[in-house]
Design a protein around this ligand. Structure first.
Ligand SMILES: [Zn+2]
Length: 66
């Protein structure tokens, strides 16, 4: 899964997208197959609104990476 906002890449911890502004707030719960396109999510901690993008997971490439 690849999550990013307008400002850059977003971290995901324990199935939650973490707020890039304060680094603590959980702004969106995601599943491994979650796809989100330009979804504004407010952070309850710092009250910043983050535009969340989550791309489709890349095909499993355990041994096939060139
Ligand atoms: Zn925050």
């Amino acid at each position: 899964m690849k999550a990013y906002s307008e400002r850059g890449k977003l971290a995901i911890k324990n199935g939650w997208v973490i707020c890039p502004m304060c680094g603590k707030g959980k702004i969106l719960k995601v599943n491994p197959d979650t796809i989100v396109h330009h979804l504004p999510r407010p952070c309850k901690r710092c009250r910043q609104e983050i535009i969340v993008n989550i791309e489709a997971p890349e095909p499993a490439s355990e041994e096939t990476s060139a």
